[in-house]
Design a protein around this ligand. Structure first.
Ligand SMILES: Nc1ncnc2c1ncn2[C@@H]1O[C@H](COP(=O)(O)OP(=O)(O)OP(=O)(O)O)[C@@H](O)[C@H]1O
Ligand SMILES: [Mg+2]
Length: 457
C-alpha cells in the first residue's frame, strides 16, 4: 500500500494534467482527428479493468500463500526444539521447500499474467498510434490538415498514449494494493470487545453460579452440554475431568474470553449475569492462571508485576513467596531481574507455572482460578502453594482444575466433568466412596488399583 501511495498515487496528477492538456491541444487543432485518436482509448481502459479482476484474484492468492510460507518459518523457529527432538529437520525442510515452490510458482504464473497484460496493452496502444499516424497522413495529403499540424498532432498523441498506458499499469498496481487493503481491513474492521450499555461494576464477592450453560466453539458442535453448579463465596471448588471434557472452556467462559451466547444459559456472580458486568472489572477481579502459562520476554519481576501499573518489589516478592518461587529465584544469578527469554525458555516448566501463579496472586482478586496450574510441580510444593493460597485467600473463591486427587482433596466441593456434563458432585470425602470416576482415580493415585484409566498418573 505504501508503494502504491508513494509511487502511483502521486503520478495521478501528472497523468491527469498530461491527458487534459494533450486533449485540449489536439481538439483545438483538429476535432475529427481527435475523435479517431480517442476512439480506441475506451477499449484499452476496458481491457485493463477486465484484467484487473484476474490480477486481483492472483495477487490475493499470492498474498495468502506468502502467509503460509512465513507461518511455516515462524513455527519452525519457535518450535525448533520440537523439530530437533523428533529429528524432523529433513521433513520440515521438505515441507518448507514445497510451500516455497508453490509460492514461487504462483509468482511465476503472475509474471506470465502480467506479461500478457502489458504486452497486449502495448499492442493496443501501438495500434492507436498507428491509427493516428495513418489517418493523419491521409488527412494531411487530402489537405484537411497541414503537415506541420500533422507532426504536432502525432507528438501530442504520443503524450496522450503514454499516460493511458500508465493508467492501465496503475490499475494493476491498484489490484495489488487492493488485496493488501482487504487483508488489513479484515484485521482493522474486526469487531472489538464491547460492554453492553449499562454494564456495571458488580460486587464480585458473591457466589458464582453456572446455570444450564451450553457452549460450543463451532456451530453445531456442543462442548459444554448443560452445566449447573454454584460456588458459594469463599469456598473452593475442584474440577476433575478427562482431557477435552471442557474444564478450561468453562473458565474461559467465566472470564468472558469467550462470550456465552444469549439463550445458552447464564453465568452469574453475586446474582449478576456476567454479560452485564463490565469486562475489565470482571477480569480484574478474577485472578486467572491459564492452563498454558505464557511468559513474556522480560524479567521475572516484570512478568509477575503484569497486573498492576506500579507494583513495588515488595509486592512482587510477597507473591513469589506465596507461589513457592523465591527459592528458585534466589538460585538465579540476577534474581528477580533474570530475563526469562521468549515464552520463558530459560525457566523450567514448574518455574513457569509458579511465575504465572505469582502473577495472578499480585492481582489480589476475590476470585482465583487455577487451571491445571500445579501439574508441573511436585506434590510437596503443590501442598505448600495450596496452603499459602488458603492463608492468603481465606475469603476468596477458588476454582482449581486438576488431575491430581491430592490437589482436590482440600476443596469444599468437587465436580467431575465428562464430555461437557457434570457426572458427579460432592465433597472429596463423599466422592471417595461414591463408586464413580473420582473414586477410581483416587484409588489409582493412591496405588490401591492398577493404572490404565485416562487419569492415571
Ligand atoms: N479454540 C477452540 N476452538 C475449537 N475447539 C476448541 C477450542 N478450544 C478447545 N476446543 C475443544 O473443546 C473441547 C474442550 O476443551 P477444553 O480445553 O475445555 O478441555 P479440558 O477439559 O480443559 O481438557 P484438558 O484437561 O486437556 O485441559 C476439546 O474437545 C477441544 O478440542
Ligand atoms: Mg484444560
Amino acid at each position: 500500500m505504501r508503494t502504491f501511495v508513494a509511487e502511483q498515487l502521486t503520478a495521478v496528477f501528472r497523468i491527469v494534467i498530461l491527458i487534459a492538456m494533450s486533449l485540449y491541444f489536439m481538439i483545438s487543432m483538429n476535432v475529427g482527428m481527435t475523435a479517431i485518436a480517442t476512439a480506441p482509448i475506451p477499449f484499452i481502459l476496458a481491457y485493463s479493468i477486465i484484467f484487473r479482476k484476474e490480477m486481483h484474484e492472483g495477487f490475493r492468492r499470492c498474498d495468502e500463500e506468502e502467509g503460509r510460507v512465513s507461518s511455516a518459518v515462524q513455527e519452525n523457529l519457535t518450535g525448533v526444539r520440537v523439530v530437533r527432538a523428533f529429528a524432523n529437520e529433513g521433513r520440515e525442510r521438505d515441507r518448507f521447500e514445497k510451500l516455497n515452490e508453490k509460492y514461487t510458482g504462483m509468482w511465476v504464473h503472475m509474471g506470465h499474467v502480467i506479461g500478457k497484460f502489458f504486452s497486449t496493452q502495448d499492442v493496443l496502444c501501438g495500434l492507436q498510434i498507428l491509427l493516428v499516424t495513418v489517418f493523419g497522413a491521409v488527412f494531411a495529403v487530402q489537405g484537411r490538415m497541414t503537415s506541420g499540424e500533422y507532426v504536432a498532432f502525432v507528438a501530442y498523441n504520443g503524450m496522450l498514449s503514454f499516460p493511458i498506458r500508465r493508467l492501465g499499469r496503475m490499475l494493476s498496481e491498484m489490484a495489488k494494493a487492493g488485496v493488501s487493503m482487504d487483508r488489513l481491513a479484515y484485521v482493522m474492521n474486526s469487531e472489538p470487545e464491547h460492554d453492553r450499555p449499562g454494564a456495571v461494576d458488580a460486587d464480585m464477592t458473591g457466589d458464582i453460579r453456572f446455570e444450564n450453560v451450553r457452549f460450543g466453539y463451532e456451530e453445531g458442535h456442543e462442548i459444554i452440554k448443560g452445566v449447573d453448579f454454584t460456588v458459594p463465596h469463599g469456598t473452593t471448588l475442584g474440577i476433575l475431568g478427562s482431557t477435552g471434557s471442557g474444564k478450561s472452556t468453562l473458565m474461559l467462559l467465566l472470564d468472558k474470553l469467550y462470550e456465552l451466547p444469549e439463550g445458552q444459559g447464564r453465568i452469574t456472580v453475586g446474582g449478576v449475569d456476567i454479560r452485564d458486568i463490565r469486562t475489565e472489572h470482571l477480569r480484574r477481579n478474577i485472578a486467572m492462571v491459564l492452563q498454558e502459562p505464557y511468559l513474556f520476554s522480560r524479567s521475572i519481576a516484570d512478568n509477575i508485576a503484569m497486573a498492576g501499573d506500579h507494583m513495588d518489589l515488595a509486592e512482587v516478592e510477597k507473591a513469589a513467596q506465596a507461589a513457592c518461587l523465591t527459592e528458585a529465584i534466589d538460585g538465579f544469578r540476577e534474581g528477580f531481574n533474570t530475563f526469562v527469554g521468549e515464552r520463558g525458555v530459560t525457566l523450567s516448566g514448574g518455574q513457569k507455572q509458579r511465575t504465572a501463579i505469582a502473577r495472578a496472586l499480585t492481582q489480589d482478586a476475590p476470585i482465583m482460578v487455577l487451571d491445571d496450574s500445579l501439574s508441573a510441580v511436585d506434590n510437596q510444593t503443590d501442598a505448600k502453594i495450596r496452603a499459602s493460597l488458603e492463608e492468603r485467600f481465606g475469603t476468596a473463591t477458588i476454582i482449581i482444575i486438576s488431575h491430581r486427587i491430592t490437589t482436590l482433596s482440600k476443596a469444599d466441593q468437587v465436580i467431575v466433568l465428562e464430555d461437557g456434563r457434570i457426572t458427579e458432585r460432592g465433597t472429596p470425602e463423599e466422592l471417595k466412596t461414591a463408586g464413580g470416576v473420582y473414586q477410581k482415580i483416587y484409588e489409582i493415585q493412591l496405588g490401591l488399583r492398577e493404572g490404565g484409566a485416562a487419569h492415571g498418573e
